[in-house]
Design a protein around this ligand. Structure first.
Ligand code: TGC
Ligand code: FAD
Length: 392
């Protein structure tokens, strides 16, 4: 196992734009990742399991609900701090960031934004401390990019509802204590509700066979006449806009996270190119390798600038969904391209687990698909600039 030598790369002095708190939060997350996660991540990835013993550490570095107010157990930080934590986690592994972004933006966020005061008090502090883990069920076997077509549904039954249907590809499902899920009422309106492990008829089978995001557990959510108390329905908002607003928050985190993967690939490639000698020269001295490295740091720097500005807009409450889509799409694609280039710089060594490159590359194949595919985000930008809907 190699030592994690990563130090960060800041070509345009972005650190000058950060506050002391931002740097403190980022450096704490980085130090924890290096000490606790880097030594075990390759093994977890190979075994295909999320290392659950990391949950407490994730909570301690503020990765669960960074921007949720302190009164609900969150860290009360701003959006840029949230982004920086996601960047540090994904610098190590996208699966680690996934666990944190699902917990923060897809479970805590909807409860905080749309939950009753009782729901907030009941769930948020435990989610923030990692004593409870949540998952988010929107995607169904036949409805991925088009969640509006979902068939999961519930019927009125006095002070309960009866929930039926199935969700697929759900991060953290196999071990989550609760699931924030989205289903249609008898009137066909989409509502969110909290389904708890142990409710009769609720099962969470694990999905196997992934070549990507292996250090994250993925599963199904199956609802077979589950009696859910009406008190578990999120009262604050219904309609597709409710889950999509949670995606805005998670996609924002992914835009930052993808920069982390790219930085790690660049960092490894730069170091390797200086160490590896061929034809009596370090390969870093060859123009073709310099082209790759120069383009990598250029693209990373552009993504850092785009994402920092997005963080300012998000903090001001003025970032649009389309702006978030642009950053998610650009940064994940940028990171995947850099991973492929970095793999080549490492030659044959690039395909081994001695280096993080192939793991990042495989992970990014999920990241470019989940939270809205590369195509869907392009269509969101296309619709925003033309006013024409090319989805349907
Ligand atoms: P459309 O008619 O455009 O919109 C329906 C309503 O929603 C509003 N809206 C939004 N609100 C907040 N944020 C957004 N980003 C929003 N986008 C749309 C919209 O204004 C409208 O409101 P109202 O009041 O008029 O009803 O909806 P559509 O059915 O045409 O779909 C649009 C489309 C395709 C962009 C949307 O369905 C979409 O984004 N699809 C992609 C699905 C997706 O991203 N799924 C992700 C599942 S979760 C996941 O992947 C977690 S991975 C976790 C991890 O491990 O990190
Ligand atoms: P489809 O929607 O079937 O798309 C297939 C292809 O068709 C794509 O290339 C797509 O871009 C293209 N396409 C679709 N519609 C159009 C169109 N209108 N125009 C042009 N092209 C189009 N979901 C959750 O709800 N919760 C989770 O926690 C979660 N975690 C995930 C974890 C992993 C590891 C993965 C891989 C997925 C996860 N997902 C989760 C699901 C994810 O959000 C979906 O996979 C994603 O939204 C795409 O849906 P799909 O896979 O059904 O692809």
């Amino acid at each position: 196992m190699r030592t994690d030598q990563y130090q960060g790369h800041d070509y345009y002095m972005m650190d000058d734009l950060l506050t002391d708190e931002h740097k403190l939060v980022r450096d704490a997350a980085r130090a924890w990742v290096k000490k606790e996660v880097s030594p075990v991540i390759e093994d977890a990835f190979e075994k295909g399991v999320f290392p659950r013993n990391l949950i407490k550490g994730l909570a301690d570095v503020g990765a669960f609900g960074p921007y949720i107010p302190v009164e609900y157990g969150g860290a009360g930080l701003d959006q840029i701090s949230y982004g920086l934590i996601m960047q540090e986690l994904e610098r190590c592994d996208s699966g680690l960031r996934s666990t944190a972004s699902v917990q923060s933006s897809l479970v805590m966020y909807p409860i905080w934004k749309y939950g009753s005061e009782e729901q907030k008090q009941k769930y948020l502090p435990k989610l923030a401390s990692g004593d409870m883990i949540g998952c988010f069920g929107l995607t169904e076997p036949d409805h991925g990019s088009n969640p509006a077509g979902m068939v999961s549904n519930f019927k009125d039954d006095g002070d309960h509802v009866i929930l039926n249907g199935a969700k697929m590809w759900i991060s953290n499902a196999p071990f989550a204590d609760i699931a924030v899920i989205w289903a249609k009422s008898e009137e066909g309106r989409i509502h969110g509700m909290v389904v708890e492990r142990g409710m009769e008829g609720f099962t969470t089978p694990t999905m196997h066979g992934k070549w990507s995001l292996r250090a994250s557990d993925t599963g199904e959510l199956v609802f077979d006449n589950v009696r859910v108390p009406k008190a578990n329905i999120l009262p604050g908002r219904s309609g597709l806009g409710a889950p999509l607003s949670c995606l805005d928050s998670a996609r924002f985190g992914i835009a930052w996270g993808a920069i982390g993967s790219a930085l790690d690939c660049y960092d490894s490639a730069l170091r390797y190119s200086k160490e590896r000698t061929q034809f009596d020269r370090p390969i870093a001295a060859f123009q073709l390798q310099q082209k790759k490295l120069a383009e990598m740091i250029t693209e990373i720097t552009k993504a850092q600038l785009l994402t920092f500005r997005l963080g300012q807009l998000r903090e001001a409450g003025t970032a649009t969904s389309a702006q978030i889509s642009m950053a998610k799409r650009n940064n994940v694609d940028m990171a995947l391209h850099i991973a492929r280039e970095a793999r080549q710089i490492h030659g044959a060594m690039g395909i081994t687990n001695e280096y993080p490159i192939m793991r990042h590359m495989m992970n990014l194949e999920s990241v470019i698909t989940y939270e809205g595919t590369h195509d869907i985000h392009l269509l969101i930008t296309g619709m925003d600039v033309t006013g024409e809907n090319a989805f349907k």
